[in-house]
Write a protein that binds this ligand. Structure first.
Ligand SMILES: [Zn+2]
Length: 54
């Protein structure tokens, strides 16, 4: 049997020129599902619903 799941995308930042250290957007990545959160003000992850502290 073949169970190939790919629910967790690779942790790659946007190609946009943010002009900052990668650590900057690391704060926007959900530690639970690894989804990139465009809305850093969101209290919860729009993908998995995990609560965020910052
Ligand atoms: Zn998440």
């Amino acid at each position: 049997m073949t169970t190939h799941r790919d629910d967790a995308g690779p942790l790659t930042g946007p190609d946009d020129d943010l002009g900052g250290d990668p650590v900057c957007w690391l704060d926007r990545v959900c530690p639970d599902c690894g989804s990139f959160l465009t809305d850093r003000t969101a209290g919860t992850c729009p993908r998995c619903g995990a609560a965020r502290d910052r």
